[in-house]
Design a binder for this molecule. Structure first.
Ligand SMILES: O=P(O)(O)OC[C@H]1O[C@@H](O)[C@H](O)[C@@H](O)[C@@H]1O
Length: 288
C-alpha cells in the first residue's frame, strides 16, 4: 500500500507499507530520498538530521540520497549530481502477493533544472519492501540520446546507529582505499573498521558483495549488499568538528549515523543510446 503524506518539514512524501511484514518506509518527493524505514516494532533504521531543509535544490541530510550522474565532486556535474535535490513523481505501486513484497516506482521529473544538466535519460527508482523485511533500492537509467553518457553513481545510505563509538563496519579487511581526508592510498588492516575520527574512504574496485554494520548500542546489525554494477564501497562519517560547521547537520548528528555507500566510481558506467544502466542495494537488519 502507498499513500501521500508529508515529511517532517511539510513537503510531500510517499508512505509505503508492507502489510505482510509490517514494515513501513517513507520516500520524500525531493530526490526520491528514502527518509524513513521502520520494522514492525517501529525501530527506525535510517538517520535523518533534524536540520534537513527539504527544499528543492538541497539534498536531504540523511536517508538514502541518490547521487547521480556523479559521485562526489569528481566531474563536471554539481557535487553528487542532480537526482538528489530535484523532484520525483511516484509512477506506480506493485504488490507481489506470493512473495509478500511491495514495490513503489519513482521517476525523476523532467524539469528545466534537470534538463540544464543532463538530457535524454529517463531515471527510474524502485523501492521494495520485500517479504523478508528487506529494503531494496534499485536505480535504472535509460538512454535515449545520440551521444553516450558517462556516469558515476552512489546510493548514499545513512544508517541510524545508537552510538558511533559502539559501531563498526566488517568485511573490508585487506581492502585498498583512497583516504579522502589524509589524501593518500592505504590498505585496511583490521577486520573491523571502528570510528573516532573523520572517515571518508573510497574502497575502490572492491568486489565484496555484503558488508556488516554492527550497531552494538541498539543490539542489531545491518547487512548491506550491492549488485555487481557497483564497483566500490564508500564509508563516511564527518565527525564532531565538521558536524558543528555543517548547517544542516545536528551538532551531535555525527554520533548517530554511519554512511556505507554502494558506489560506482572506479570505472564510470557508459549509457549508450537505447541502452540502460541498472544497480541495486539490499539492506537487512538482524538482532546482534
Ligand atoms: O555534503 P554532501 O554533498 O552531502 O556530501 C557528503 C559526503 O558524501 C560522501 O559520499 C563523500 O565521500 C564525502 O566526501 C562527502 O563529504
Amino acid at each position: 500500500m502507498a499513500e501521500y503524506t508529508l515529511d517532517d518539514k511539510g513537503s510531500i512524501a510517499f508512505r509505503i507499507t508492507n502489510g505482510v511484514t509490517g514494515s513501513v518506509c517513507k520516500v520524500a518527493q525531493l530526490g526520491a530520498t528514502v527518509v524513513s524505514w521502520r520494522g514492525k516494532g517501529g525501530d527506525e533504521r535510517l538517520f535523518v538530521s533534524t536540520k534537513s531543509e527539504f527544499t528543492k535544490g538541497k539534498a536531504v541530510r540523511g536517508g538514502i540520497p541518490i547521487c547521480w550522474p556523479q559521485f562526489s565532486s569528481y566531474g563536471d556535474f554539481p557535487k553528487h549530481g542532480i537526482a538528489r535535490n530535484n523532484l520525483w513523481i511516484m509512477r506506480d505501486v506493485e504488490t507481489d502477493a506470493s512473495g509478500g513484497s511491495v514495490t513503489a516506482t519513482f521517476m525523476l521529473m523532467d524539469d528545466p533544472e534537470v534538463a540544464k544538466h543532463v538530457q535524454g535519460i529517463t531515471l527510474e527508482y524502485r523501492v521494495t519492501l520485500d517479504g523478508e523485511d528487506r529494503l531494496i533500492t534499485e536505480l535504472v537509467a535509460r538512454g535515449h540520446r545520440d551521444t553516450p553518457l558517462k556516469t558515476t553513481v552512489c546510493l548514499h545510505t545513512y544508517f541510524a546507529v545508537g552510538d558511533i563509538m559502539q559501531t563498526s563496519v566488517v568485511g573490508l579487511k585487506g581492502a585498498a582505499f583512497s583516504d579522502q581526508v589524509a589524501k593518500e592510498e592505504a590498505e585496511q588492516e583490521s577486520e573491523e573498521l571502528t570510528f573516532g575520527f573523520e572517515c571518508d574512504r573510497i574502497y575502490h574496485n572492491n568486489a565484496t558483495e555484503t558488508l556488516e554494520i554492527r550497531d552494538a548500542k541498539n543490539k542489531r546489525k545491518f547487512l548491506v549488499s550491492k549488485s555487481p554494477e557497483l564497483s566500490d564501497w564508500v564509508v563516511w562519517n564527518l565527525w564532531k568538528e565538521k558536524a558543528l560547521q555543517m548547517a544542516d547537520m545536528d551538532d551531535d548528528g555525527y554520533s548517530k549515523y554511519v554512511c556505507v555507500e554502494p558506489t560506482r566510481y572506479s570505472q564510470p558506467a557508459v549509457i549508450e543510446a537505447g541502452g540502460e544502466f541498472r544497480c541495486r542495494q539490499t539492506i537487512q537488519v538482524l538482532p546482534m
